[in-house]
Write a protein that binds this ligand. Structure first.
Ligand code: ADP
Ligand code: IOM
Length: 344
């Protein structure tokens, strides 16, 4: 990559904020051992001015090779204190001591908690070959097929799925969408749809996406606002999967994901919540979400808009805190949002 990219006023990503000419000169000829380049790392943010972040890693080494760019982005997003040299995890749902913030079922439609994971001995999805991706799919499916009890389910590969079934799963918020332009530019949609699919139990309270933005998105979801029960199911699933799969992990950065927003815990705990009054009072709404480190998304996920005053509210920070703190950020923020919404 020879020339400093042309950013326009429309490029509002953290990439546009942190890639200056000095950093560019330092990194432009660098590649990781696997050959992942700066061009590949930033292509999504260049093609999509409305990216939130705009950079992707190709492997664990990307985080050190391109640290001059990635580190400030990580710090801006997670407010990660760089003096913290070791990530700590706490997936013990018994340490989360809060009740449903919406006991009368008036505001929260559903709760979903997911983590991203990638296998230790493979490149991330941005840099993986078709053969490796197919191997990853097979390894994960073999492991999922051993799950028992509530987690027992079936794998549905995307290439073999009727359009009608796929569209229904997307509409019902269970499956990732096709052709995401952010993933496309990052090289994450190569060889689509082979190697991709979804595993879920009968009641669709436990689901695993395979080979989307990360090799695994492990998801627990259910109707209503019982965050603790949703967290318990997720913890149980992760513990079982960890007995057979080794996930990519770094002492400082925690679980490694292709997008720097999903480092550390790689956990996004969310509710779909009806907030029609706050929707009309954006300043008050955002003051609360900022105070509790929450992100507002639309009802169809990242880069979508809200419909009928229903929002996807989730923890924003994922690194520098543990999983119990992620769900606590969500719980405390949602309780404050409900107090504000009910006072109109
Ligand atoms: P991710 O959570 O992996 O970052 P997205 O933001 O794209 O991915 O969301 C994926 C899907 O999950 C979307 O269909 C979204 O509406 C759905 N979803 C997210 N949170 C909830 C929730 N609390 N209840 C129901 N569906 C949800
Ligand atoms: N996680 C990823 N899909 N996202 C943060 C992309 C972006 O908006 O940069």
């Amino acid at each position: 990559m020879n020339n400093f990219p042309k950013f326009t006023a429309k490029h509002t990503s953290l990439l546009a904020k942190h890639l200056n000419k000095t950093v560019f000169e330092q990194l432009k000829d660098k590649k990781t051992t696997l050959g992942f380049s700066l061009q590949q790392a930033i292509q999504s943010g260049l093609d999509n001015p409305d990216s939130g972040i705009g950079v992707y890693a190709g492997d664990l080494e990307s985080y050190s090779t391109f640290a001059a760019l990635f580190d400030p982005i990580i710090k801006s997003y997670h407010h990660f204190d760089r003096s913290l040299s070791k990530h700590t995890s706490n997936l013990n749902a018994d340490d989360f001591n809060y009740n449903n913030p919406d006991t009368n079922n008036e505001y929260i439609l559903s709760t979903r908690i997911r983590v991203g994971r990638n296998l230790a001995n493979y490149p991330l999805g941005t840099a993986i070959s078709k053969t490796q991706r197919d191997e990853v799919e097979q390894l994960i499916v073999n492991t999922l097929n051993n799950l028992k009890g509530e987690l027992k389910g079936h794998y549905y590969p995307l290439y073999d799925m009727a359009d009608e079934t796929r569209e229904r799963l997307i509409k019902d918020h269970f499956l990732f969408k096709n052709g995401d332009r952010f993933l496309e530019s990052a090289g994450l949609n190569r060889d689509w749809p082979t190697g991709r699919g979804i595993f879920h139990n009968q009641s669709k309270t436990f689901l695993v996406w395979i080979n989307e933005e990360d090799q695994l998105r492990i998801i627990s979801m259910q109707k209503g606002g019982d965050i603790k029960a949703t967290f318990q199911r997720l913890s149980l699933a992760i513990a079982q999967l960890e007995q057979q799969l080794t996930f990519m992990y770094d002492e400082r950065l925690g679980y490694i994901s292709s997008c720097p927003t999903n480092l550390g815990t790689a956990m996004r705990a969310s509710v779909h919540i009806a907030l029609p009054n706050l929707a009309k009072n954006k300043a008050q709404f955002e003051a609360i979400t900022n105070k509790y480190h929450l992100q507002i998304r639309g009802v169809n996920g990242e880069h979508s808009s809200s419909e009928n005053g229903i929002f996807d509210i989730s923890n924003k920070r994922r690194l520098g805190i543990n999983e119990v703190q992620c769900v606590s950020d969500l719980h405390q923020g949602v309780a404050a949002l409900i107090r504000a919404e009910s006072s109109f």
